[in-house]
Design a protein around this ligand. Sequence first.
Ligand SMILES: [Cu+2]
Length: 334
Amino acid sequence: MLNNFPLWPEQASTLAHRVDALYIFLLVITGTMALLVCTLVIFFAARFRHRPGVRAEQIEGSDALEITWSVIPLFIFMAIFVWGAVVYFRERTPPADSTEVYVVAKQWMWKVEHAEGQREINELHVPVGRDVKLIMTSQDVIHSFYIPAFRIKQDVLPGRYTVEWFHATKPGVYHLFCAEYCGTQHSGMVGSIVVMEPAQYEAWVSGNPSGPLSVSGEKTFAELGCSTCHRPDMQGRGPNLQGVYGKSVQLEDGRTVTADENYLRECILDPGSRRVKGYQPIMPTFQGLVTDEQINELVAYIKSLGDNQSGAKTTTRAASQLSGNAQPSGNQVQ
Ligand SMILES: [Cu+2]
């Protein structure tokens, strides 16, 4: 019976024991304090109870005591803060070479697209021992992608990407829950995370008819006419998109932004909100003309374009490279 009702979810990712250690530390600290306070209340109530003939003596305070009970908690709270921040930043920072998976949430299902091209619903197959980055968006309301065994949870929002990542440590099948109330069938918005041995996973991945997401993206890029303006030979009216991902881009309004997944997405849906410096504002919006799946393909395609080795770069691109900020930071967008 107890086996079916464990106190803790299984630990199946590299993050799990870190989160649990911090959590146990908090439990021990708060438990100890609660016990100490209760004990002292009872002890003092008995020790200083009213007795006939004994008069209470007024105490004006003790500096030593007050400093002690301020300084010790200060150190404990600072330790919790630093420890929490370390775990938080680890959880929020996907390693650069993660396997990428796109997730589209809708009432009431999870649609998954692997960079290799596989698509699945309410299931996510991943290899054990590899960093996996989820790039997620919602078609309707706010959902939340929650894998208790990995100790990760992240809201999934309409209109932009949010990111989470994990490194699974044990093959198995784990629960996936939606952790944000999203309508009548919210409780049914569940699925499974299938963690496979690498060889098994390779076999699963290679049985895929549609080809990599970036290849579908290249087709969509041509079909939507993006390729007429964005050409690798610099003869188009739009910037060459080669190597744009992860670079910083100077905008017409003076801002400099990092070209992460959210930037690329916004370029497609709302180009008016950010015009690249040095270009005519001729790019039309594709809002309403592309599905979330097509946006994911386009983003995957643009990311696959890598650096332009020919040296034919726009002046803005060259200038922005000098500023040195070339780290992709998909999760740090506000
Ligand atoms: Cu949901």
